[in-house]
Every structure is written in structure tokens, then in C-alpha cells.
Design a protein around this ligand. Structure first.
Ligand code: ASP
Length: 421
């Protein structure tokens, strides 16, 4: 069996087993104890194994990638192209979600009894998230992008700050001359290779770990929440699927000049990992490997675009945010004018850039957007119970968008390289 098929088998088996025990023994203390003390910890050990290599991997790939670009002007050009592609994809995804939610109106028909039951059940969780929303995005987010203490930033998981530090190392390598740069460049390269070897080991456990993670999610999941929010959940998932297989396919054909079928075949393992982990950060090592080895994007481009994408390019998250804000506005009967919807669009794009690539990373920022356009923020409780499933789907879109961007940047670069030679 190929690695991808083995992981997919773990996913399907875990989801089936979890759903089954949920139906027959949902809520039983034995099941709750098993999930909390066996299935979830097993999954988390594996996740930790993936996340453990992320910081050294980012430092190595971004620095070596930037050094490989050779000059500051080249870094600037690639950087601009990357950011423009991120923005284009994120805005397009959000627009699709906004149009769909206006057409389908999933919030209009929601039974008020369901609304109050969900608000009651998830009040505590919502309050926790609202606490995190305080100051989640502000001028300090911008200031802290350049870390005063890079080790502190790494320890706190501030990925953007780590990337900026690595960017500077890469630029520094190009400034000191080849002879002086060589020892550090080779050390970083070797560090990256060792991290990739570790990921290979960790990924060998993926089928079992994915089984445990998905089992834990599905065994504990409140399917009744999913059922009562069905119109909203279906709107989000259908839009994500449309963007994944329609939007990206178009971008791949038109902008990257690649076959979408081949791209998706090669990207499968990344998509399954993103779906199982709900975390762009945890998926990053796999995304990087596949972008370089399978999609054949040169290391200096992949090493620059993919880590940046894992923190900044969240197309699925932006789409989800747009749909959710409008859905909750519909539930509460808040009329959002076209101008307000444009604010939602802009804020969804900005907050998707600011969201952390961890499970539920976008929820505090989503709360901020709700507040900005006058939708009651406590309303977040209504959707929290269904969020894990949506998170799995939007993370899959997020990481696929990073690979799509890498192929687009590669195509434009390639054009330039052949034009020069
Ligand atoms: N879980 C998402 C990711 O890691 C972020 C989010 O939308 O909550 O990409």
C-alpha cells in the first residue's frame, strides 16, 4: 500500500469506528475515559512529533531558500509575487463564500429554539474564545512581526516572527560573500535534511495516529449540532469543495500551467494530513516535502513560499469566516449592507493572514470581525459545536492553497529563467 492509501485507510477506519461508538455508546464514561486517556494522547504525541521539527525546518528552508535566490532584488520580486498570489486566492475564496451565503441564506431559517440551546451549551467555550479575541490583532501584531527575541518567538510559536528572522538570515548569507556564507549555509542545509529525515520517521506512524485522532473527534462529536446547523455546514463545505476543485484547478491551469488532476494526485498525502490534523503548522513538513519532491518546485521557491503560506495564506479560513459572519448576522436578523459586506471581505482576508495555523486558530479573529460589523459576538457559541469538522475541511483548503501558490510562483520564475537563458 502507498503511504497515502495507508493514511486514508486509517482515516476512514477511525472515522467509522468513532461514529459507530458515538451512536451506540456516546456519552458513556468508559468511552469518554478511553478517548481522553488513550486515543487523544496517542494522536497528540504524533502531532507533537510533527510540530517539534517545524521551527528548525522553517529556519533552515527559509534561510537556505532566500540565500538560493541570490540577491535582495530577487527576494523582493518573488516575495511580491507570492504575496499577490496569496491575496488573490484569499480574496477569491472569501468572495465565493459571501456570494453563496447571500444566495442560500442558511441563517434565515434557523429555529430560535435551536439557537438558544446551542448558545446555552457552548456559552463557556465561547467566553474562553472571546477572551482570546482581546487584542488578537492590532498594531502589536505588526510590530512583533520583527522579533526582538527570536528564541522567545520560536518558543511561543510565533511563526511569522520566526520566518522574518529566517528571512534575515538568508539575506545576510547573500551579503557576506560566498566563502564566508558557505559554512552556515551548509549547516542550515544539513539541519533541514535531518529534520526531513525525522519527519519521515514520524510519518511512518501516520496511519495509526490519524486513526486515533479521527476516532477521538468522531467518538466525541455532537452530531445533533451538525444536523441542526445543516444548511450552514453544507454551505461552508460545498464552497470549500468548489474552491478546492474549481478555483484551484482554474488557477493551476491558467496561472501555473499545470494539470490539476496530476497536482491533486500528488498532493493527496498533504490534503489527508491537513484534514486529520486541522493544523497548517503540523502539516507544514509534509507540505514542504511534497512541494519539492512530488510537485518538483525548486527548493529555493518552495522553501520560501510554503512556510510563509502556512502562516499567511489561509484561503479556506477566509471563506469560512465570510460565511460564518453573514450566517450569524442572518440568525440575529442583523442587516448587513453591501458596504458592511465589503468590510467583512477585507477583514476576512486580513484576519486569515493573522490567524495561527493551529486547530481553531481563526476563532478569536472571527470574533473580532463579528464585533466590527455589529453582529453579537456571543453568537460564536452557535457554531462552535460544529467547528472541528469545518476546521478539518478549511485546513485542507489552506494547505492546498500554499502548494498552488508555490506552483504559480515557480511558473512565473521559470518563464523568467527560460527568457533569460
Ligand atoms: N486550523 C486552521 C489552519 O491551521 C486555522 C483555522 O482556520 O482555524 O490552517
Amino acid at each position: 500500500m502507498s503511504p497515502h492509501t495507508r493514511i486514508l485507510t486509517g482515516l476512514v477506519a477511525g472515522a467509522s469506528a468513532g461514529t459507530l461508538v458515538n451512536v451506540f455508546a456516546g456519552g458513556s464514561p468508559l468511552l469518554i475515559g478511553f478517548v481522553a486517556n488513550v486515543a487523544e494522547p496517542l494522536g497528540r504525541v504524533w502531532l507533537n512529533g510533527l510540530i517539534m521539527v517545524v521551527v528548525p525546518l522553517i529556519i533552515s528552508t527559509v534561510a537556505v531558500g532566500v540565500a538560493g535566490l541570490g540577491s535582495l532584488a530577487h527576494v523582493g520580486r518573488i516575495g511580491l509575487l507570492t504575496l499577490l498570489t496569496f491575496l488573490l486566492l484569499t480574496a477569491a475564496a472569501t468572495l465565493l463564500g459571501l456570494v453563496a451565503v447571500n444566495v442560500v441564506q442558511p441563517g434565515a431559517g434557523l429555529d430560535p429554539a435551536v439557537t438558544s440551546r446551542l448558545m446555552e451549551t457552548y456559552r463557556g467555550q465561547a467566553q474562553g474564545a472571546m477572551g482570546l479575541a482581546q487584542g488578537a490583532l492590532g498594531i502589536n501584531t505588526f510590530v512583533n512581526m520583527v522579533p526582538r527575541n527570536p528564541i522567545g518567538a520560536a518558543a511561543n510559536g510565533e511563526m511569522l516572527a520566526v520566518i522574518v528572522f529566517a528571512l534575515f538570515i538568508g539575506v545576510g548569507l547573500t551579503l557576506v560573500g560566498r566563502e564566508r556564507a558557505e559554512p552556515l549555509r551548509r549547516l542550515l542545509e544539513s539541519l533541514g535534511e535531518v529534520m526531513v529525515a525525522i519527519i519521515g520517521l514520524v510519518m511512518m506512524l501516520a496511519p495509526w495516529a490519524v486513526f486515533a485522532l479521527i476516532f477521538a473527534v468522531t467518538a466525541r462529536f455532537g452530531y445533533d449540532v451538525l444536523a441542526s446547523l445543516i444548511a450552514y455546514v453544507v454551505t461552508v463545505i460545498v464552497c470549500l469543495a468548489l474552491f478546492l476543485f474549481g478555483g484551484y484547478a482554474t488557477a493551476l491551469r491558467v496561472l501555473a500551467h499545470r494539470s490539476p488532476a496530476e497536482f491533486f494526485r500528488k498532493a493527496r498525502i498533504v490534503m489527508v494530513t491537513a484534514f486529520s490534523t486541522s493544523s497548517s503548522n503540523a502539516t507544514l513538513p509534509t507540505t514542504l516535502r511534497v512541494t519539492e519532491e512530488e510537485l518538483r518546485v525548486p527548493a529555493h521557491i518552495a522553501g520560501f513560499v510554503v512556510p510563509l503560506g502556512a502562516t499567511m495564506n489561509m484561503n479556506g479560513t477566509a471563506l469560512f469566516e465570510g460565511v460564518t459572519v453573514l450566517f450569524l448576522a442572518q440568525v440575529f436578523g442583523v442587516e448587513l449592507s453591501l458596504a458592511a459586506q465589503v468590510v467583512v471581505l477585507l477583514m476576512a482576508v486580513v484576519t486569515a493572514i493573522g490567524a495561527a495555523g493551529v486547530p481553531g486558530g481563526s476563532i478569536p479573529l472571527l470574533i473580532m470581525v463579528l464585533g466590527m460589523v455589529g453582529v453579537p459576538v456571543e453568537g460564536i457559541a452557535i457554531v462552535l459545536g460544529a467547528d472541528r469538522i469545518l476546521d478539518m475541511c478549511r485546513t485542507t483548503v489552506n494547505v492546498t492553497g500554499d502548494m498552488v501558490t508555490a506552483t504559480i510562483v515557480d511558473r512565473f520564475e521559470r518563464g523568467e529563467r527560460t527568457a533569460v537563458t
